[in-house]
Design a protein around this ligand. Sequence first.
Ligand code: HEM
Ligand code: HEM
Ligand SMILES: [Fe+2]
Length: 481
Amino acid sequence: MTVIGKLDSSNLNGGQKLGLKYFSVAVVLFGAQVLFGLLAGLQFLYPDLLFGVLDFSVNRMVHINAMVVWLLFGFIGSSYWLLEDEAGVPVVGLKLGNLGFWILTLAVVVVVLVYLLIQIGDGTHTSIWLINEGREYIEAPRWADIGIVVCVLVFFYNVAATFTKGRFTGVGGVLVLDLVALAGIYLAGMYFTPNISMDQHWWWWVIHLWVEATWEVLVGCLMAYGLMKTLGVRRKIVETWLYIEVALMFGSGILGLGHHYFWIGTPEYWFAIGGFFSALEPVPLVAMVVHAVFDAGHHKLKSTNHPALAWIIAQAFGNFFGAGVWGFMHTLPQINLYTHGTQWTASHGHFAFFGAYVTMVIAFFYIAVQKWRGNVYMSGNIAGGAWKWKWALALLHIGMLAMTMALLISGYEQSHIERAIGGSDWVAYFTAQAHPWFVQGMKWRQIGGWIFAAGFVLLVWDLLTIGKRETRPAQALVQID
Ligand code: HEM
Ligand code: HEM
Ligand SMILES: [Fe+2]
């Protein structure tokens, strides 16, 4: 029998149990990302720190690889979470899915250990296969790439076969098609050529097309499900929005890829194509804000899961500002000439990944915890108090915004002093790095980082305890037309 408020896996269906495993690893890797980020930030302030023990290059690599992997784990977990609910039948091939989870997790552990144990050495064909492929964000060596592809295919099989056996909802259909693209594009990152322009050309297929097309579509599916679950929004409405958003995202995001082809040796027509299409990329993000905020207002914020809804709304705004506004700022080639590869880019990178993706995965953590505790009450006046989730939300946002603004100021200074005044030469590069505005930005980033880390600790604490003292069941969903 279900005891409300008590963590019990028998409250979950098969897909959700597996989803929970993915979520658990995701939280641990999120913690690793924060830890290595703090260390990398400190190395900007104290360049000798850990030199020869954990070099900045390795530290930074672990920081951003942990990010990509934990977000992927979060997305895979979320997909398993909604799978049986949406399809109406148990997951097909669940045993294989479980095996895939263990192999993937083991591979991640081995890859990270190798990163840390073998930090320097020659780049050869052997090192590409065994140690590091050398492609930012997806550095995993070739053997792990192949393992990842196999595990993702298993995941794809689970999702596609389950929807095929049960019912194909709109969310299900979009998800399956999106996973084909997501898995397919990963292969482009395994292509090797000694020509750096060509190498970068294909590498951006993974990076840009993932984060600005397939991942965005995936969070679109998650948002659609999340709004139905937490607000009771009707399927017809969320799915109509989903189709519009998907069309706009692919319409602008695919050729928007050109904003990474300005300075890598690709033909000049990319200036016009990249500038134009990427300038349109914020449009679907506006649609997502309207979608979420309108639905929440229409339902008078009467939600069965307050923290999850709060994080969904945070996603709508974070995605719009972090990706849309911060991306738009430097996407025209005339501007990018000055900002390219400065801390301006890092400002956008942090804000976008947090705003668009971290937020949605956290929303799913809360959706999961609610059901795990026997579909416990998680609306207003929750027993045990709501201060933890509210403060976690606040600290994570304050920390991230502080980092974003500090990096923007440093990036602005670099664009001005190194590029515009100094003409981008070597001396100008170092002059800009020593300027007080740059250095102060790095200090404030670190302060933002500590605040963010405090928010993370509180978040984990809250996820482990929220609803523990509640005995009421979740509020019933009220469907409004
Ligand atoms: C959620 C979506 C997005 C994420 C997660 C994201 C993340 C990032 C990251 C991490 C980088 C740095 C890549 C590197 O290491 O070189 C980057 C670069 C860039 N992003 Fe985004 N981005 C997103 C959406 C957008 C959008 C919508 C735009 C335009 C409207 C945009 C414009 C750019 C540009 C122009 C660059 C190149 C910066 C440079 O030249 O250094 N991004 N993005
Ligand atoms: C404690 C908090 C954090 C600190 C102190 C921190 C610090 C750093 C540092 C020092 C770098 C290297 C920047 C460079 O090469 O100039 C970096 C890169 C990066 N971090 Fe973080 N980070 C933190 C949290 C996060 C979070 C939460 C995310 C996203 C979810 C994130 C995403 C990224 C990305 C995408 C890059 C690559 C940016 C680029 O190349 O433009 N970081 N971070
Ligand atoms: Fe891009």
